[in-house]
Write a protein of this length. Structure first.
Ligand code: FAD
Length: 469
C-alpha cells in the first residue's frame, strides 16, 4: 500500500528524511500538500511566497515522474479521505514546532494510529531537536551563548541525497489546481514588484549556498552588518519553507571553517540563532503571543495600530533615514537586512513606545522569509520583553547606526527617493509598489522626524522607570 508524504514547510527533495524513508520502503509514494487553516491564516507575503514555492516544488517532483497532490481542507479529514481513495497504509511528515502545528500533528498522529495507519514524523527542519538540548540541571536555555556552547561541538547529521527515483502509484489521486488556491490574492504587489527579489526553490537555494561559501563567507563576520552590501547568505526565505535544510548550510559552513574562511564560524552561529528561536518557542510557546517576561505586561505600550506614527513607520515616512530605507526595502523585496530589522524594531518599540506585536504583525504580512520563531524572538529581543533581550534602556540611535554601518549611504540612497535628483530604480519602485491611497510620491518633501533619533533613549527610559522595572 502507498505511503503518503505530507509536505508542509519542507519543499525539497534532498536531505529530506521523511521522503527518504518513504522511498526506502519500496512502496508507492504519494506527495501531498494540504491547504488547511494554518495556510489560510498566513500573512499576505508568506502565503504568496508559499504558492510560488509549491509550484516550483511540484515541477521538481514532476522531473522525477512524481506528482504533488494538492488538497484543501482540515488536515486530518483530508488525509483520511486520501487514505481511503488510495489505500495508503502510512503517512510520513517532517516535524514542525509552533504550537498550532504541534496540536494539529498530534491529533493526526493519534487518530491515524488508532485507525491502524502508520503515522510517523521525522526531523529535518532543525539540526537540534529542542528537547535534546538541556542545561546541566535539566532545564532549557534562555540565553543564546550557553546554548551555542552546548551544541557547537555536536555532530550534525550529514545531509541525505535526493532519492534517485520516487516510486509512483498505479493511479494518481485527483489534485486541486494551484492557481485555484489564489495564494497571492492579498499580495497587491506580488508578481511585478517582489518577484524579482525572490530566490525560488531548492536548486536556486543550493546555487546560492555554493556561491555564498565560495565568495562571501570569508569576511562575513564584518560584511553581515552592512545593509548596503550583499554580504549575507540570503537563504532565510529558503530555510523558512525548507527549500534548503539547515544541515546542508551547516556542513557547507563547517567545510569553509576548515579552510580557514574568517566568517564561517559566525555563519554557523547565525544558523544556531535560528535553532535557539525554535528551542525557545518549543519550551515557551508564549514567545509568539505575549511578553516572554510576564512583568512586561504592565509596560505602557501604545497599542493603536492606526496611530499616525505607526502609519508613518509602516510607510517608511518617519523622517529617519535608516528606518525609512529599511521599511521600504521590506515592502519592495519582502526581505529586510538584519541590521535594518533591529533598527526599525527598536525605533517602533522605544522611540514610538509601540507594542512589539504591532510590528511583528506587519512583518508577518510583509516578509517572504517569515518564520514564526525567528520573527517573535527578534521582536521580543528588540523590545526588551524577551529572553536574552537587549536591555530596554539600550536604545539604538538610528543616526549613529547609519553612520557606522552605512557610511557611504549606499543603503539609504538605494531605498529613499525623496530629496534626490537622480533616485535609484529601487527607490522609485517603492512608489510603484504602494497602494495609491497612501498618496506618496518621490517628489514629496523629506518628512520631519516623527521622533528625533536622539530622543528615543529619554522616552524609553522615562516609560521604563515610571513603571519601576
Ligand atoms: P544570514 O546572515 O546569511 O544567516 C544565515 C541564516 O541564519 C539565516 O538565513 C537565518 O535562518 C539564520 N539567522 C540569522 N540571524 C538570525 C537571527 N537573528 N534569528 C534567527 N535566525 C537567524 N529571520 C527569519 O528567518 N524570519 C523572520 O521572520 C525574522 N524576523 C525577524 C524580526 C526581527 C525584529 C529581527 C531583529 C530579526 C528577524 N529575523 C528573522 C532574523 C534575521 O534578521 C534574518 O534571519 C536574516 O536577516 C536573514 O538574512 P540571511 O538569510 O541573509 O541571513
Amino acid at each position: 500500500s502507498p505511503v503518503l508524504v505530507w509536505f508542509r514547510r519542507d519543499l525539497r527533495l534532498s536531505d529530506h528524511p521523511a521522503l527518504h524513508a518513504a522511498c526506502a520502503t519500496g512502496r508507492p509514494v504519494i506527495p501531498v500538500f494540504i491547504h488547511d487553516d494554518p495556510v489560510a491564516r498566513l500573512g499576505a507575503a508568506p502565503k504568496w511566497r508559499l504558492g510560488l514555492g509549491l509550484g516550483t516544488f511540484a515541477d521538481s517532483l514532476a522531473e522525477k515522474q512524481s506528482h504533488l497532490i494538492l488538497r484543501h481542507g482540515p488536515a486530518l479529514e483530508t488525509l483520511q479521505k486520501l487514505i481511503k481513495e488510495t489505500g495508503a497504509g502510512a503517512v510520513y511528515w517532517s516535524r514542525l514546532y509552533d504550537p498550532d502545528a504541534v496540536a494539529r500533528d498530534t491529533e493526526v498522529k493519534e487518530t491515524l494510529k488508532e485507525q491502524g495507519i502508520e503515522a510517523k514524523s521525522f526531523g529535518g527542519h532543525l539540526m537540534f531537536e529542542p528537547w535534546t538540548v538541556e542545561t546541566k540541571t535539566g532545564g532549557f536555555y534562555k540565553v543564546y551563548t550557553p546554548f551555542w556552547n552546548m551544541v557547537k561541538g555536536r555532530d550534525v547529521e550529514a545531509p541525505l541525497p535526493a532519492p534517485s527515483a520516487i516510486p509512483a502509484p498505479q493511479n494518481w489521486p485527483a489534485s486541486d489546481a494551484l492557481a485555484d488556491w489564489h495564494m497571492g490574492v492579498r499580495m497587491n504587489r506580488g508578481a511585478q514588484i517582489v518577484r524579482p527579489h525572490v530566490r525560488l526553490g531548492e536548486k536556486a537555494a543550493q546555487a546560492r549556498l555554493g556561491a555564498f561559501i565560495a565568495q562571501k563567507v570569508d569576511g562575513y563576520d564584518t560584511t553581515r552588518d552592512l545593509p548596503g552590501v550583499d554580504g549575507t547568505s540570503g537563504l532565510s526565505q529558503n530555510l523558512s519553507l525548507g527549500e534548503i535544510s539547515p544541515h546542508q548550510c551547516w556542513h557547507a559552513g563547517m567545510r569553509a571553517r576548515q579552510e580557514g574562511k574568517t566568517g564561517a564560524e559566525t555563519f554557523l552561529k547565525e544558523l544556531v540563532w535560528r535553532e535557539f528561536a525554535y528551542h525557545l518557542m518549543h519550551h515557551t510557546p508564549r514567545l509568539l503571543t505575549g511578553n516572554w517576561k510576564e512583568n512586561w505586561d504592565a509596560f505602557p505600550w501604545r497599542t493603536n495600530p492606526d496611530a499616525p506614527e505607526v502609519i508613518a513607520w509602516k510607510q517608511g515616512r518617519t523622517g529617519i533615514q535608516f528606518v525609512d530605507a529599511a521599511m521600504r526595502e521590506l515592502y519592495v523585496t519582502g526581505i529586510m537586512h538584519n541590521r535594518g530589522r533591529m533598527i526599525v524594531a527598536s525605533y517602533l518599540t522605544k522611540h514610538l513606545l509601540t507594542h512589539w506585536q504591532i510590528g511583528l504583525k506587519w512583518f508577518e504580512d510583509c516578509l517572504i522569509d517569515w518564520d514564526p520563531a525567528s520573527n517573535a524572538m527578534g521582536w521580543q529581543w528588540s523590545a526588551g520583553s524577551g529572553p536574552d533581550a537587549t536591555p530596554y534602556f539600550r536604545v539604538f540611535n538610528p543616526v549613529t547606526q547609519l553612520d557606522k554601518f552605512d557610511k557611504n549611504r549606499d543603503y539609504a540612497h538605494r531605498w529613499i527617493a525623496e530629496g534626490r535628483s537622480n533616485p535609484s530604480q529601487d527607490a522609485l519602485s517603492y512608489f510603484e509598489a504602494i497602494p495609491r491611497a497612501w498618496g506618496l510620491s518621490p517628489n514629496d518633501a523629506i518628512p520631519a522626524p516623527v521622533v528625533a533619533a536622539d530622543e528615543g533613549r529619554k522616552i524609553a527610559l522615562n516609560a521604563y522607570e515610571n513603571k519601576g522595572f
